[in-house]
Design a binder for this molecule. Structure first.
Ligand code: MTE
Ligand code: MOS
Length: 770
């Protein structure tokens, strides 16, 4: 099997059911089940909590409130504004108030019902509009500007103004938030947490327990999906189960019930953005002014970083000489919103993509042509609003190939003909590009570590700081180790991620898991090879009675040989036993930090990204304007994954991200009632994509011959960028709707384009037609 065909390292285990998730770990007969009692009120003062009845309940081992926290009552990951357990106030529906450890979940729930809390309801802010009106801002505005926006707008031949709202999105990881904590001796705590960020989970558990970090070990084999939802918010369940384990001195597991998970955890930030776009007769954008407003929920969490990424991506793929981007985050009485695939990028890009569509309709031109003429240039017009050079720009290559392979213009004509004959069923087509910056925008986070052990039998154990959530990171790391060490994959194992093996890691996020950890693994293996090479030269020289120089030693296919006479080889295992006898260390750590990235927040200038990922999609949909139903007829995607380490995994990432994006853009609606209760907290009312949402004809390809300089094996990050290709579906629906009024009426659009929204727009346009 070539390494390109390397299966996902969990594939067989998933199929056979052997894969171990937190809930599959045997906590032993002493294990207790943790349960979290949360607020049903969006904002209230807590006058008193009486847990006496719950404590007396048979089978209950502990009932804890804020007063029982030995360390800090705090789990805010960046800003300390998020209590672990509500103290004298609750600020959203779903906020944890008390914890119960019991012999089973039923007992814990029954005991929770016995807890008496005296609340005094307070006014709650539940919408972005209200938060803006009341000035409830979180952090300070983020601003990036270039050129002169006032003059730019004034000098533009045409101007369009608008507002766009984009909705929340539930992560819907199949494995809900889970953690098992096993207390060790004295202050030790072993934490098995479904977390994207083991080092932060370790830090929060240590802080809550009031113990140093060297007493806490966090381990994660794999998550059953995360999508950003376990970047910070896995810490919560970890902190709660650690508290219960600490007090009971028994293993305690918390595995959130689906509805509770949906109610208690944050979502993708809903945004409301206002903009004005100035352009000329040819469709060139001359000026763009945008204010992005994020609904942060009740605490900061990652909101500021998410807002920053939205601000960085407000341009998407377009060069705009005069641009002003302002981002603001607002506080509401909802669960704190958090990371979700794309991390603010989708919210920033949606606005310009919709605006460009309006420009096209205004000028009666094809939107693809307007997009094309505004793309970042290859030799000029090639710096972003924060003045990063757009290097290795692949927009034109992708555009040319995709326009061709999707037969865009032929189909455009066919659709126009179809729509002329079809009164109620309309078809629409859209091409949308993605340019997505790769790196954590907080520069110091771009670091990773690894620990590679070779054992005496020649087998290899790779530890790295990244976590597996289904995206195939461990498989890619296995492939990197295999090729760098010249050992076949069956002799290599990638270990569960463990903070005692690789410390001080960053979250596996920002799509940079393989970029960062791949380089760290390579660095560790480089060290091992440097140690082993002199011995290899000596052994080969002795065995074949030749003079073999160290510089010609090669490691390949479980063999070590002289490149000048490859038949003179010894087995890798032979070299390793000799190395052990020669007292050579067979274990090495690796480290990597992304070079040359920096960003000055006050000036709004710098090079925040190591490089950009590019992709494009063309989607065709059919909309029934009488029911609001739409069907995706065909999607063509061409995505740039550099020189892919594993094409099947990358194709899976592109398909999965796209479909997840389609969910956000079309069917996934979250509403809250006037008490702050979420109305869509289970799969019967919250519609993630189903088989029907997959394009009937789905053609996904990776861009060929596209090695990426200065990355592991010339690959490119792929986890998030294709999410935003779903705009092609969202705007194809808009295109179909516009056909109702022969593309003559400009109308307000929103995201998601749910059946309800489609129907509403169709009705309005019909009226306009009468
Ligand atoms: N793919 C699967 N199957 N499950 C996930 O939870 N998360 C996405 C993406 N792909 C996710 C996924 C998100 S939000 C990110 S940031 C990246 O994977 C993280 O992994 P990477 O950096 O290794 O690409
Ligand atoms: Mo991904 S949203 O960066 O975890």
């Amino acid at each position: 099997m070539s390494t390109q065909e390397q299966y996902h390292d969990s594939a067989e285990k998933h199929v056979s059911g052997e894969s171990v998730y937190i809930n599959d770990i045997d906590g032993g007969s002493r294990m207790l089940h943790g349960y979290v009692l949360y607020s049903k009120l969006a904002h209230a003062k807590i006058n008193s909590i009486d847990v006496s009845k719950a404590k007396a309940f048979e089978g209950v081992h502990a009932v804890l409130t804020a007063n029982d926290i030995p360390g800090q009552n705090q789990m805010g990951p960046v800003v300390h504004d998020e209590v672990c357990l509500a103290n004298n106030e609750v600020t959203f529906v779903g906020q944890a108030i008390a914890l119960i450890a019991a012999e089973n979940e039923d007992i814990a729930r029954a005991a929770a019902n016995q807890i008496k809390i005296d609340f005094e309801e307070l006014p709650a802010i539940l919408t972005l509009d209200e938060a803006i009106e009341k000035g409830e801002m979180i952090g300070t505005p983020r601003i990036i500007e270039r050129g002169n926006i006032k003059e730019g707008l004034a000098n533009s031949r045409h101007r369009l103004k608008g507002t766009l709202t984009t909705g929340a999105q539930e992560h819907w990881y199949l494995e809900t938030q889970s953690c098992l904590c096993v207390p060790g001796e004295h202050k030790e705590m072993n934490v098995f947490s479904s977390t994207q960020h083991p080092s932060e989970t370790q830090a929060i558990v240590a802080e809550v327990l009031g113990v140093p970090r060297n007493e806490v070990v966090v381990e994660i084999r794999r998550m059953g999906g995360a999508f950003g939802g376990k970047e910070t918010q896995a810490n919560h369940v970890a902190a709660w189960s650690a508290l219960l384990a600490y007090h009971t001195k028994k293993p305690v597991k918390i595995h959130l019930f689906r509805d509770d998970d949906q109610i208690m955890t944050g979502k993708r930030h809903p945004f409301k953005s206002t903009y004005e776009i100035g352009f000329n007769d040819d469709g060139r954008i001359n000026a763009y002014q945008i204010e992005l407003n994020a609904n942060a929920g009740s605490a900061t969490d990652l909101s500021m970083a998410i807002l920053e990424r939205a601000v960085f991506h407000a341009d998407n793929a377009y060069f705009i000489p005069n641009i002003s981007v302002v981002g603001k985050a607002w506080k509401t009485n909802l669960a704190s919103n958090t990371a979700f695939r794309g991390f603010g990028g989708p919210q920033g890009m949606a606005v310009i993509e919709n605006a460009v569509d309006r420009v096209a309709q205004f000028l009666k031109k094809d939107p693809a042509e307007i997009r094309y003429i505004n793309f970042y240039g290859l030799t000029d017009k090639n710096t972003t609003h924060y003045e990063q050079l757009v290097e290795n720009n692949r927009l034109f290559t992708i555009y040319d190939q995709l326009i061709d392979s999707s037969e865009y213009f032929q189909r455009r004509k066919a659709i126009t003909d179809f729509n002329a004959k079809s009164k109620y069923v309309k078809r629409g087509l859209a091409l949308t590009p993605v340019k997505f910056g790769i790196s954590f925008t907080t520069s110091f986070l771009n670091q990773a570590g690894a620990l590679v052990n070779i054992y005496q039998d020649g087998t290899v154990l790779v530890n790295h700081g990244g976590t597996e959530m289904g995206q195939g990171l461990h498989t890619k790391m296995l492939q990197v180790a295999a090729s760098e060490l010249g050992v076949t994959p069956q002799h290599i194992k990638v270990n569960a991620t463990n903070t005692s093996k690789v410390p001080n890691t960053s979250a596996t996020a920002a799509s940079s898991g393989s970029d960062l950890n791949g380089m760290a693994v390579k660095n560790a293996i480089d060290k091992l090879r440097t140690r082993l090479t002199p011995l290899a030269a000596k052994l080969l020289s002795q065995k074949f009675n030749a003079s073999v120089s160290e510089s010609s030693i090669a490691f390949e296919n479980d063999k070590v040989f002289d490149r000048n006479s490859p038949s003179n080889s010894i087995k890798f295992t032979e070299l390793i036993s000799a190395a052990y006898l020669n007292q050579i260390s067979l274990s090495a750590t690796g480290f990597y930090k992304t070079p040359d990235i920096h960003f000055d927040k006050t000036k709004g200038r710098g090079k925040p990204f190591h490089y950009f990922a590019f992709g494009m999609a063309v989607s065709e949909v059919e909309v029934d304007t009488l029911t609001g139903h739409y069907q995706n007829i065909r999607t063509d995607i061409l995505h740039d994954a550099g020189k892919s380490i594993n094409e099947n995994i990358d194709l899976g990432q592109v398909e999965g991200a796209f479909i997840q994006g389609v969910g956000w853009c079309t069917t996934e609606v979250i509403k809250w009632n006037d008490k702050g209760h979420m109305l869509n907290h289970s799969p019967d009312t919250y519609k993630i994509p189903s088989v029907q949402d997959i394009p009937k004809d789905f053609r996904v390809e990776l861009l060929k011959d596209a090695p990426n300089p200065n990355t592991i094996k010339q690959s490119k990050a792929v986890g998030e960028p294709p999410f935003m290709l779903a705009f092609s579906v969202w705007l194809a629906i808009k295109d179909a709707l516009a056909a109702v009024a022969d593309h003559n009426i400009d109308f307000d659009y929103e995201l998601p384009a749910s059946n309800e929204v489609i129907l509403k727009v169709a009705r309005e346009l019909c009226k306009g037609n009468e």
